[in-house]
Write a protein that binds this ligand. Sequence first.
Ligand SMILES: NC(=O)c1ccc[n+]([C@@H]2O[C@H](COP(=O)([O-])OP(=O)(O)OC[C@H]3O[C@@H](n4cnc5c(N)ncnc54)[C@H](O)[C@@H]3O)[C@@H](O)[C@H]2O)c1
Length: 251
Amino acid sequence: MTTLAGQVALVTGAAGGIGRAIARTLHGAGARVALADVDKQALDVVVQEWPDGDVLPVVVDLTDDDDTAALPGRVRAELGGLDVLINNAGVRQILPLLELTPSDWRRTLDVDLTAPFVLSRAAIPSMVEQGRGKIVNIASMAGALAFQNRAAYCTAKAGLIMLTKTITLEYAAKGVWCNAVAPGVVETPMTSSYFRSEQMAASIRANAPMERWAQPDEIAGPVLFLSGPDSDYVNGTTLFADGGWTAGKGY
Ligand SMILES: NC(=O)c1ccc[n+]([C@@H]2O[C@H](COP(=O)([O-])OP(=O)(O)OC[C@H]3O[C@@H](n4cnc5c(N)ncnc54)[C@H](O)[C@@H]3O)[C@@H](O)[C@H]2O)c1
């Protein structure tokens, strides 16, 4: 059983479906957790439901570079360290390319790719100083496989997979691990519309060899593995938690 006893973790997008599951799982493994999200109301609900109240909620808009860069320092000041950074917050728009404006494009790139860069940049120096730190980026199978009407999202997630590798090249020898988890379709507020459409649900079942979508806890498990000591020789990789979707295509 992976233990994160005595460690501090920061989870972005912690008020959302996958972020909340990750935060609860890391806490269950013994970590003290900081929950960052732009949605104060949703964050309040997560905090109210937190098992022992020992949690640090932070309302932050990750499109603000200065506030984002200040976040790791704030966590270190309040919780006494930062051992695990989970870059999970994300947004996604479904629009044909010609209807996607440059400002839509930038907003997706800002949250899904630039914020993980800014946060990693702010977290790495103290990780290097303490000789150990783990970063897990929540990418997507859409970073490896193109999906229609999601140009900005797919591009951002492909970039995040590459950012994961470049951080490893530069900092692995200094005690930093940077890996990604690439989920397939997961039932969360981001995808709630999918499951209201029988056609979409059938298409997901047809594309995923496991013939189903995932629940958030099924993404939290791989994230815990990459956050803890059991993955100490795993660096720069992307773990696809997609029910086999990207393994290939059937007939
Ligand atoms: N749900 C899926 O099927 C799926 C599949 C692959 C990857 N992912 C990725 O998993 C991650 C979590 O997605 P989810 O499905 O839980 O979505 P979600 O919408 O439930 O949660 C996303 C969270 O990010 C927060 N957020 C958005 N913009 C922010 C900002 N500017 N500053 C701070 N917080 C912000 C939201 O408030 C929300 O709480 C995302 O990166 C997403 O791309 C999800």
